[in-house]
Design a protein around this ligand. Structure first.
Ligand code: GLU
Length: 314
């Protein structure tokens, strides 16, 4: 049985990019007769207050993007808010630590940026491995004055996989990413660890998400393997850009639902997005249910999609 999911981070009102992603996740799972889980990725509780999560749930319901498991439809694999699942992340971190795969890191953000490490295209810094070389005694000494972050020891290995939409993708983790964070020094667990623990615990078999997370997938595949968890299949969809080519953000009011919900019906929003995504023949209104008959990954472009000026009311 296919199990898909929505995993929004409620740091603001849902925008058209989030809606396109949720629509494709819903269609891809439902078309296979599968189920959909909603998980709220609110690890950063300061940026993701509960009222934004509740608004997001209401927006998804309004759009007709229903879920079988998640807030309001509990099925025993919850809680569905990451902020309430930290014991599971701590247990996974402990399993990795017990196998000698984790070490404490005392580098500050300023030190990391100063260490002339090349920056990846997704803005991540390649970690130069500074604290990997600390002896246990040195690490214990430093931990007296500064709580450490925790990093995964990345093997010298290229991780390759085939994305269901974007095709083959690979990364030499040691060279292109370095030892990555599992927990920050303030105790917040890293997205990379939480997403793997949760997708596995929630029985997710199919991950549909934006192409900005394609580069995270090799790190997650490594964690699935190290934690002996079954990995899902991945489909990364193109990013939606503004007419002038900028990335949509939750602060970008022109693509947010605040204004759109007052001027459009859900079917109008979904029809236009499905048209932009290549599988709906015109921008005519359509419900998610009606789009099931038309959805086809083969028709979805792989390059970024620009929102044409005037397609959505400003
Ligand atoms: N929470 C992430 C976001 O809203 C998505 C994570 C994922 O789909 O793996 O961008």
């Amino acid at each position: 049985m296919t199990v898909g999911r929505f995993a929004p981070s409620p740091s603001g009102r849902i925008h058209l990019g989030n809606i396109l992603c949720s629509l494709l996740a819903w269609l891809s799972a439902r078309q296979k007769g599968g189920r959909v889980v909603l998980r709220i990725e609110d690890l950063d509780t300061a940026r993701c207050p509960r009222r934004y999560a509740l608004q997001m749930e209401e927006d998804l319901r309004w759009l007709g993007l229903t879920w079988d498991e998640g807030p309001g439809a509990e099925e025993g694999r919850g809680p569905y808010y990451q902020s309430e699942r930290t014991a599971l992340y701590a247990a996974a971190l402990e399993r990795l630590r017990a196998r000698g795969l984790v070490y404490p890191c005392f580098c500050t953000r300023a030190e990391l940026h100063a260490a002339s490490a090349p920056h990846r295209e997704d803005g991540q810094v390649l970690y130069p491995g500074t604290c990997r070389r600390l002896s246990p005694a040195e690490a214990a000494e430093r931990a007296r004055t500064r709580p450490p972050a925790m990093r995964l020891r990345v093997p010298e290995e290229t991780i390759a996989f085939t994305d269901g939409h974007m095709g083959p993708y690979e990364e030499d983790l040691a060279r292109e990413c370095g030892d990555f964070l599992l927990r920050r020094s303030d105790g917040m667990f890293a997205y990379q660890l939480a997403v793997v623990v949760d997708d596995a615990a929630m029985g997710v078999t199919e991950v549909v998400r934006g192409a900005d997370l394609l580069a995270s997938t090799p790190r997650q595949l490594l964690l699935y393997r190290l934690l002996d968890l079954p990995a899902p299949s991945f489909y990364h969809l193109p990013l939606l850009l503004t007419a002038d080519g900028r990335r949509l953000s939750k602060r970008n009011a022109d693509a947010g639902l605040d204004a759109l919900a007052e001027r459009c019906l859900p079917e109008e929003i979904l029809g236009k997005l499905a048209y932009l995504a290549g599988f709906h023949p015109s921008a005519a209104p359509a419900s998610a249910q009606a789009l099931l008959a038309e959805f086809d990954w083969e028709k979805v472009p792989t390059g970024d999609i620009r929102l044409p000026e005037g397609l959505f009311p400003a």
